[in-house]
Design a protein around this ligand. Structure first.
Ligand code: COA
Length: 415
């Protein structure tokens, strides 16, 4: 069956997490993704956080599904020639090297554009143009510079980074969308273009509700849905809001039965205005339905702490799953705090292909996260990540190199 991106060839010059997330998505959508790696070493993540000696790490295997791997030393003239042949044959080059690395390899936009005017050149960088444009950046730097860290955590503690890789994987997602848009524009213009997704900008995009709140704070001096209201003080910048909901429906994480021994026996509870009477009935506080101190969303903002404390008295009598079952009968929005162990075993996620088991020649069977985006006419089959250089011969043969050429390239250390 044809896939959404069948026929699109990607020269994947990415490494670590941000770029590989992007190209993995494109591969899942059907693109032919050719990952170019340095001979002998490959993507640094192959060897990072290894759990089995000598075997590609889960860090690598979980970010490089459905790709082909070619080894190429692009700093050798023969290696660079092969790369330029690939540039002429591919639709998109994706890279996330440190600023200036592509130029140092002799691969400026102008050069690539001259070789293949239809090629789209897509880059992740830590920062966009400006004072930090030359900086190398990893995940948590982006979380800090993009506004996530200053707004995550509790008011009485330091800034906190989140486990969700919004800097790396989040930017990779942004880049993938830019690439697909550029491919679409190319169907009209016939030309390639540069696509840039800076990590700081991508994190800020994901934190836009906090920039919303910054302006509300400057205008009104207070944020009524934040835990600092009504007793605490607000400063000049948006404070950390603990587990408060980012939207207009107050929410908080509450303890459930078993919390004393299970660090994930918690539930996220949202007091959506539409179901307030149901919330009151469930917790046995019917009087709050009409009591004017609680009857309207506005009035409740003054009492969120005691309200959640009272709801928690109820949730502590139930496991998170029992609470979910009861609350769902009343359409009360809530969510159990699921551990990674629970997620790995979740039958629905396995059924939908978002949690998948794959085989690997040296690692064996392992769990991975499949494509979270489901297209009805372009289903995803998750294939294992390639071994280093597994497809070098295959791809070079497709490019027209013969066995003798391969010998020469090998002897030169170019592949
Ligand atoms: N053949 C020959 N040389 C190669 C090569 C190949 N196939 N692939 C990479 N290289 C070279 C590069 O040309 C570069 O050489 P240079 O320093 O002489 O220019 C070198 O390898 C290292 O690349 P670099 O990107 O600087 O790697 P690093 O390990 O020092 O830095 C990052 C890693 C992630 C910090 C950096 O790449 C970066 O800031 N990237 C942009 C932001 C980003 O994506 N960050 C998130 C990563 S998840």
């Amino acid at each position: 069956m044809n896939k959404a991106l069948t026929g699109v060839r990607i020269l994947d010059f990415t490494h670590v997490q941000s770029g590989p997330t992007c190209t993995q998505l494109l591969a899942w959508l059907g693109a032919d993704v050719i990952k170019v790696e340095r001979p002998g070493e490959g993507d640094a993540t192959r060897g990072q956080l290894r759990d089995i000696p000598g075997v590609d790490s889960l860090y690598f295997t979980m970010l490089n599904h459905n790709k082909r791997s070619v080894t190429l030393n692009t700093k050798k003239p023969r290696g660079k020639q092969v790369l330029e042949t690939l540039i002429k044959r591919c639709d998109v080059l994706v890279e996330n090297f440190a600023p200036g690395a592509m130029e140092r390899m002799g691969l400026s936009w102008e050069h690539i554009h001259a070789l293949n005017p239809r090629m789209i050149v897509a880059s992740v960088k830590g920062f966009g143009p400006g004072r930090y444009e030359d900086c190398k950046v990893y995940e948590n730097v982006a979380q800090c510079a993009g506004g996530a860290a200053s707004t995550t955590g509790f008011d009485d503690g330091p800034p906190v980074v989140t486990g969700a890789q919004i800097g790396d994987s989040g930017t990779g997602l942004h880049l993938a969308l830019g690439i697909v848009a550029a491919l679409y524009q190319r169907t009209h213009s016939g030309r390639g273009q540069k696509v840039l997704a800076p990590m700081q900008d991508a994190v800020l995009n994901l934190c836009r509700v906090k920039l919303r709140d910054q302006q509300r704070l400057e205008r009104t001096g207070s944020l009524h849905e934040y835990p600092q209201y009504p007793d605490g003080k607000f400063g000049e910048a948006v404070p950390r809001a603990g587990n408060a909901s980012g939207g207009g429906q107050p929410g908080w994480i509450l303890r459930c039965k078993g919390y004393e021994t299970d660090p994930n026996a918690y539930i996220y509870f949202i007091t959506q205005a539409a179901v307030w009477p149901s919330v009151c009935k469930v917790i046995g506080e019917e009087g709050w339905i009409t009591d004017e101190a609680y009857a309207t969303p506005q009035a409740r903002l003054l009492h969120l702490k005691p309200i959640f404390a009272r709801i928690e008295q109820w949730t502590m009598t139930k496991t998170k799953f029992e609470a979910m079952e009861i609350l769902n009968q009343y359409d009360i929005p809530c969510g159990p705090i699921l551990s990674m162990k629970e997620i790995a075993q979740d039958p629905s996620l396995r059924e939908s292909g978002t949690v998948v088991e794959v085989d690997h020649p040296t690692r064996g069977r392992h769990l991975t996260v499949g494509n979270p985006i489901k297209l009805s006419d372009s289903p995803t089959e998750v294939q294992r990540a390639p071994l280093l250089g597994e497809h070098t011969e295959e791809v070079l043969m497709e490019l027209g190199y013969d066995a003798h050429d391969l010998e020469v390239l090998r002897a030169d250390g170019a592949i």
